[in-house]
Design a protein around this ligand. Structure first.
Ligand code: AKB
Length: 324
């Protein structure tokens, strides 16, 4: 049985579907603080409750955990205690069980491990990690835990430093990169968007299909090929807030954005603009497939269909899906 924690979240909801397509509906257990609805097995689970987690793992015969439960950067600044409790102690609980019960684990780290003294362009795999957010601190701590449990205790735990994720199934909740998703909702609802970072703010991003493919590629990789046990740098592409707005405006000409930076600007300013993911490419063959035009075309079509909006856009020609 595969256990997904945080299954109701942005990545969890899509990952559960992808795993069920691969392994069968009954073999993927979706959990969150309240049981995620929908098809397939689901249960309520609080990852900070170690005995509860152990009982569930034993009762369900769990072998692999995709541990996605966690608080994101902006909400973590508002609830630092909870952020530490869920992000660090929740992960430690999973790793302890992984050691005692021989589980395989995937856990997402983030570009938030980096900070103002990290090189911002082509950020290397091994570099300064000086986060200025509680979320970033929990991710650095989590990476150190993963490395320790892997090297010292032999746990098969694998991780990616994810950038901002763009997707249409479930919106992200409480991240600094959320504007990149919110813009699409506003454009499709014919609403003006107020963006909480400055137009020139450039951050690494990735489309959900690339994210799912990266997670599954990493989990499928031969352990002997993996040389990074903390967390792999990974990226799809980088663009500024205004470049995204312009790409949407090309297809939805009435779309307007006003820029009113708030506290999340200071967080974005400490993060890299572009990531060097050469270790992921060399070790397990990572290549992103989606560039900005491909993401915008697909998001407007798919999110438009979900929202029931008039998603008729004029896609830029030619379609620019980059081949992996
Ligand atoms: C956030 O903005 O908090 C996340 C992240 C980059 O980790 N999307």
């Amino acid at each position: 049985m595969i256990l997904v924690t945080g299954a109701g979240g942005q990545i969890g909801s899509d990952l559960v579907e992808a795993l069920r397509e691969r392994c069968g509906e009954d073999d993927v257990l979706a959990t969150d603080l309240t049981s995620p609805g929908g098809e397939g097995p689901g249960e309520a689970l609080d990852v900070t409750d170690r005995p509860g987690l152990r009982k569930l793992v034993e009762r369900r015969g769990v072998e692999t955990v995709y541990h996605l439960a966690g608080l994101l950067s902006a909400v973590g600044e508002k609830h630092p205690d909870r952020c530490w409790e869920v992000n660090v102690n929740g992960l430690r609980n999973v790793l302890e069980l992984a050691q005692s019960h021989g589980l395989r684990v995937f856990w997402p780290s983030s570009i938030a491990v980096f900070g103002p003294y990290t090189p911002r362009r082509l950020t290397p795999q091994v570099t300064v990690e000086d986060p200025r957010t509680m979320y970033g601190i929990t991710k650095v701590t989590g990476e150190l835990l993963c490395d320790y449990y892997a090297r010292k205790l032999g746990v098969d735990v694998r991780s990616l430093r994810l950038p901002g994720i763009i997707s249409y199934t479930t919106p992200p909740g409480g991240g600094t990169t959320d504007y990149a998703v919110e813009m699409f909702y506003a454009a499709l609802r014919d609403e003006a968007y107020t963006c909480f970072v400055r137009p020139e703010t450039r951050l690494p991003m990735m489309y959900m299909p690339d994210t799912l493919r990266a997670i599954l590629l990493l989990m499928d990789a031969d352990a002997a090929d993996l040389h990074v046990h903390s967390s792999y740098n990974i990226t799809g592409l980088s663009f500024s807030a205004e470049e995204l707005a312009a790409a949407i405006r090309e297809r939805r000409p009435s779309f307007t954005v006003r820029y009113e930076p708030d506290f999340r600007q200071a967080i974005a300013d400490t993060w890299p603009t572009q990531i060097d993911d050469s270790h992921a490419r060399a070790d397990w063959g990572w290549r992103p497939a989606y560039d900005l035009d491909a993401i915008v075309d697909d998001m407007l079509a798919k999110l438009g269909a979900r929202l029931g909006a008039n998603a008729k856009t004029s896609p830029s020609a030619p379609k620019t899906l980059v081949q992996p």
